[in-house]
Design a protein around this ligand. Structure first.
Ligand code: AHR
Length: 606
């Protein structure tokens, strides 16, 4: 590899070239990044039938002692279902621990010794109540934390808050609400949040950190197909997800088949972007589900919904929707600069006509907002105005590697590409080294074409190991563990590319079909030193010895104590990481030894 700064092709890489694409898929947010431990906290998931299914809540005590059903007596209009618990036994006839209900969370709650958890519950009863709130193991036998809620008058709905401190760790715990007092108690909006979420903003710390370590320049949300839904009634409608969490209706994610209490709502996505230092990219519903297409003559309410959503993010605190954001605690506007009009909807009937309605209205109200079209402009010019076009690619490894050249011949005139979803599938297993290497080739191509590709993100970002809806993914987790797939570690190689300077580099080799390289110059924000990062990819099966020569670099200025080599490799390209072996394929870092005191840095890669 020969790298230098003095050739014509040296240029600045966009500040947000590499980012992340968050979709509510695989329980990425619900039972994932979002810290809420109670599943179906408002008892809404079974719908408004009577009796309703309250899954995953279950009863403690048999039917002769406690009768549990639902009714529409909630104090919240948008989520009217509440749990009605009729206790038939009393102190003399109830079992020792009382009777009641329990919630196992999302495949078990992670409760850790010494940590505190805030429980909020809405309660109503015509009698005085004495309810024991406890965190137990998955069978209810071992108690990890307990506290009593005692109240004489809850004849009107009352919000109760208690803090539980865990005395024992258990990664597969459950929450119990029990009593041995005869009478009827109604419960609603039962929430249990760990108190040490990221900045208290509700994000699970370990998962937040894994995303933050990618240093994403942007975060695209909330999907993916999740934005559209199978049916429009189940699509993601941002207005249902803002305001006090207790008042959110929740909705069924009918694309990936699970209930969403919408704790991680539109506000929380915008806050997440801010906390990550990433630019938010909101994908809005442009009038399409997977089964329906809204005719352009009926699209106005959808356009208004989009404008309202932008006002929620950007309007001042006197504006209609900006005031709701301010009431939620964020007085200053969020930095929303991009909206995508739909997801993979270009081929839907009326897409272009609908798109233009959104485009014109958004540009009129917010001329600086960059509008992203769903139509592919990589081979032909778009027939409609757009700032960017969305490009998705899911292919096998060999094809992905060859796509390193996908944008080489793309016209430099016209909107830039937003590669918002790329991933190796089929031979990528559950995330193997082969996939990561092929994707690395694709990303080196993106880096080199970053004059025309403005942003790129792998998808999906998260997988809860208990809900494998779409595989492979970048980050795999369960209630308490997380690991990065090889693709995740590969993406970290590109984490300092945003805003760096792309240097000219060329690769001289007779096996150049399977080798790729790129070189950047960047400043480390922590030590303020300038670094050159040479990324070399060997996609072939043979070992290659490489010499890296950096033209114009005074080697006497190299600080070898800070110069390092990072290698992503494994004995077999089909190797994957796992909870048991989370870093089987990961980056191994070592110092570069000073071999020669001249203009060349020489070392063997593999
Ligand atoms: O990333 C997973 C899915 O793949 C997305 O929901 C969709 O946009 C694409 O088809």
């Amino acid at each position: 590899v020969n790298a230098s700064q003095d050739e014509g092709s040296t240029r600045k890489i966009p500040q947000s070239l590499f980012g992340v694409s968050f979709e509510e898929i695989n329980h990425a947010g619900v039972g994932g990044l979002w810290g809420e431990l109670v599943s179906n906290r408002g008892f809404e998931s079974g719908g408004r039938h009577s009796p309703s299914i309250i899954d995953p809540w279950s009863t403690i005590g048999n039917y002769s002692l406690v009768k549990v059903s639902t009714d529409l007596s909630s104090c919240f209009n948008r989520n009217p279902v509440a749990l009605r618990m009729e206790v038939v036994c009393d102190t003399s006839s109830c079992p020792a621990g009382g009777v009641g209900v329990y919630n196992p969370g999302y495949w078990g709650m992670n409760i850790e010794k010494g940590k505190t958890y805030k429980l909020v519950v809405y309660i109503r009863s015509l009698n005085p109540i004495n309810v024991t709130v406890s965190l137990t193991d998955s069978t209810g036998v071992q108690t990890l934390a307990t506290v009593n809620i005692i109240a004489n008058d809850v004849s009107n709905w009352k919000k109760m808050e208690v803090v539980l401190e865990a005395k024992v760790t258990n990664h597969n715990s459950r929450l119990q609400l029990t009593t041995n007092r005869k009478g009827v108690i109604w419960f609603d909006q039962v929430s249990l949040m760990p108190m040490d979420t990221y900045k208290g903003h509700g994000y699970r710390n370990d998962l937040f950190k894994m995303v933050a370590d990618l240093k994403p320049g942007f975060i695209r949300f909330p999907g993916g197909s999740y934005v559209e839904g199978n049916y429009l009634r189940n699509a993601y409608w941002w207005k249902d997800t803002v305001g006090p969490w207790e008042e959110r209706s929740g909705h069924f994610n009918d694309i990936w088949s699970y209930w969403n209490d919408d704790g991680l709502g539109y506000f929380e996505f915008l806050q997440l972007a801010e906390d990550l230092g990433a630019s938010p990219i909101w994908v809005l519903n442009s009038g399409f589900s997977h089964q329906e297409a809204i005719d352009t003559s009926n699209i106005t309410p959808f356009v208004q919904d989009a404008l309202d959503g932008i006002e929620f993010a950007r309007g001042d605190s006197n504006s209609t929707w900006g005031s709701i954001r301010a009431d939620m605690g964020h007085i200053e506007p969020f930095n929303l600069k991009h909206v995508a009009i739909g997801n993979q909807d270009c081929q839907m009937p009326h897409y272009r006509a609908n798109y233009l309605k959104f485009y014109d209205a958004i540009k009129k109200a917010y001329p600086d907002i960059k509008v992203i079209s769903n139509c592919d402009g990589s081979s032909t010019q778009l027939d409609h105005p757009a700032d960017l076009y969305d490009y998705h690619v899911y292919v096998n490894a060999r094809t992905m590697f060859s796509m390193a050249h996908k944008f080489d011949l793309t016209s430099r005139i016209g909107p830039k590409a937003f590669v918002s979803e790329y991933a190796v599938v089929n031979d990528g297993g559950s995330g193997n080294l082969l996939a990561a290497l092929a994707e690395a080739g694709f990303l080196i191509g993106i880096e080199k074409n970053s004059d025309i590709v403005d942003m790129a993100s792998n998808a999906p970002l998260f997988l809860n190991a208990n809900n494998k809806g779409f595989v492979p993914d970048a980050i795999v987790f369960d209630s308490y563990r997380a690991y990065g797939t090889p693709s995740y570690w590969m993406q970290r190689f590109f984490s300092v590319s945003n805003g760096a300077t792309l240097l000219h580099s060329d690769l001289q080799s007779n096996s150049s079909d399977s080798l790729m390289a790129s070189t950047i110059l960047y400043q480390n924000p922590v030590d303020k030193n300038n670094y050159i990062r040479v990324k070399v990819l060997n996609y072939g099966s043979n070992q290659v010895n490489m010499k890296i020569a950096i033209k114009g670099l005074d080697t006497s200025l190299i600080d070898y104590s800070k110069s390092s080599k990072a290698v992503l490799s494994s004995t077999n390209v089909m190797d994957e990481n796992s909870f048991q072996n989370p870093t089987k394929v990961s980056v191994v870092q070592s110092l570069i030894k000073k071999r020669r005191n001249d203009m060349n840095v020489m070392f063997t890669w593999f």
